[in-house]
Design a protein around this ligand. Structure first.
Ligand code: DC
Length: 220
């Protein structure tokens, strides 16, 4: 079974998708990490991000692998280096590039194939896996999402000015919603979960219940 989780930045998708996958004993795919890793790789290789063809040629040659839910680039597991503000700032060059998007969606389909997967991103229920059996759209108000992000940054002793976080997030929302292909969009058959008043555990429990109900008729 394929479970897709789409939604805006800061809705808690990665944490929730990972925990849901653990709970269900499914594999986990964080597709945002793929866009992040290619942005990071292009930056460190000195590729001109504004040159769409050059960027696509570079990115299509970067070997990506997934092992136990972690993305690997050239035999290196990706971690904090792909979650920097510089990567978030430049990621739209990669995410807006149709050649790169199609390549990444092809990879996502190869990896997921017919296995049990929880796959999260922006376009998983609409473009990558339109016939997934269980689709969720996880969201929260921009203010809640910015406050959550602020708390995370504070915990890491990093700069955390609420107004700046909110502005950057609204900018990312606008870009994510307006890209010509693969934009952030709720699939018609996705279940919306408004998470403002919910803890992570509550969201995971609610999603797990829904998936279990859909799984149960398949059991012998
Ligand atoms: O989920 P995230 O914040 O790590 O994603 C980073 C960016 O990657 C996001 O702003 C848009 C892009 N993205 C995308 O275009 N399609 C996806 N399936 C996942 C992420």
């Amino acid at each position: 079974m394929i479970v897709t989780i789409d939604g805006p930045a800061g809705a808690g998708k990665s944490t929730i998708a990972k925990r849901l996958a653990e709970e269900l004993d499914f594999q986990f795919l964080d597709t945002g990490a793929m866009y992040r890793a290619l942005t990071w790789h292009a930056q460190k290789s000195g590729v001109r991000l504004t040159a769409a063809n050059e960027l696509a040629t570079h990115c299509l040659a970067v070997p990506l692998q997934i092992r136990s839910g972690t993305l690997w680039v050239e035999q290196v597991p990706m971690g904090a280096e792909i979650r920097t503000p510089e990567v978030s700032r430049d990621i739209h060059y990669v995410a807006d590039n149709v050649q790169i998007r199609r390549h990444l969606v092809d990879l996502q389909r190869q990896w997921v194939c017919d296995a049990n997967f929880v796959s999260e991103g922006r376009d998983q229920g609409t473009v990558a896996f339109p016939s997934a059996e269980c689709k969720f759209f996880l969201t929260a108000t921009p203010e809640t999402r910015a406050r959550r992000r602020q708390r995370q940054l504070q915990q890491q002793n990093l700069p955390s000015v609420y107004e700046e976080i909110l502005a950057a997030q609204l900018d990312r929302d606008r870009r994510d919603q307006s890209r010509p292909e693969g934009r952030l969009l709720k699939a018609a058959d996705a279940i919306t979960i408004q998470t403002d008043e919910m803890s992570i555990s509550e969201v995971v429990a609610q999603l797990a219940n829904i998936v279990q109900v859909r799984l149960s008729p398949r059991m012998p």
